[in-house]
Design a protein around this ligand. Sequence first.
Ligand SMILES: [Zn+2]
Ligand SMILES: [Zn+2]
Length: 392
Amino acid sequence: MLAFFPALYPDEMLYSACARYHRRSGNLSIKATMKDLFGSTNASAVVDLPNRLNCLRRQLPVGTLTTVDRLIKENTLLPLYSPFLPRHRVDKLIAWMKGSTHGGGIHMAMGVMASGVPSPRYLRFCPECLAADESRYGEPYWHRSHQAAGALLCHRHEVWLCESDVPTAAPQNKHAFVAAPVPNGKYLPQPYERYFLHCREITRSVAWLLSHPETESPGFFFLRKKYLHHLRQMDLASYSGRVAQRELLERFIAHYGDCFLAQIHCRINIDSQDNWLNSIVRKPRKASHPLRHILLIHFLGTGLEEFFCTSIPESRPFGRGPWPCLNPAVSHYRQALVRRCVITRNCETGEPVGHFYCSCGFNYARTGPDRERSDKFRRGKSLKSVRRGRRN
Ligand SMILES: [Zn+2]
Ligand SMILES: [Zn+2]
């Protein structure tokens, strides 16, 4: 059992506390530290999703209150990924992080490797946090929220992060715990300056996910349903779930800019069916990187809290108004000017029937739900005959 283990600071990576342990322990070799902490000289220093945590827990001195579950929630990057993965996969990952046999499989299993968003290659820090931590705690430390792919700002100070010269990945960092500070950091590339607002949204979302580790994984199908709901509101999907792919891609790229998307490894090839955005909205079984979900959620005009914490309101079988006036005798024919739509149900089939009333006095009805976007311009039966349908 360890004689001591440093208390973890707020938003500190477990890696960082291990590095502080190594420095204070006086161990001459990193292998001795590995043996102390994880019971094996073969253990690796892992930055984002460490394993052998049950081993570590057993080594911690009596009276250390930390549980392994709390360590995972507060001091690793798992809470960034878990809301976007099904519950059973998250449980498996937690089991692997606690155990000692599946270290290398953790990343692969998440599908993150295959997603094309690389993890940052070097540990990052915020110069203002560094100074603040030094004066408050007497030493700086590596913050968890600074190490997420796509988070380029410090969420507390809203300044650009600096990249240290401490590599995050094996083999360079496999057997090393390097404690902060690293004075010779350099700022991340400044072209990001013109994308400050997008970067700030991403950074805030990452911070929200990390500080809400209890956010339940709703599962792939819920995610897709939620996306469809918001896409419908933007007139980018039909009631039946058909997504206007081309228009979605064009509007998405216009929103973020091709250059920004390229810089954060989220570029979209508009001519390929196989791009990541199509994949998120069409193939719900495939895991996508949290950064890409965050980009889509912001594009849809919502935030993470609203996205995860509100249920899907009843869907609109005729989409959002205004709807076109279908009076061929007026100059505003087919223009979206109809604001009043009363929805009833066909008492035999249960299908929704929309009654549309234009201010020009014209009205029409249509049985729904709309399946194609062109359905908007379809006039159904005359209003008289559908009126017999019972209102509900
Ligand atoms: Zn900061
Ligand atoms: Zn009209």
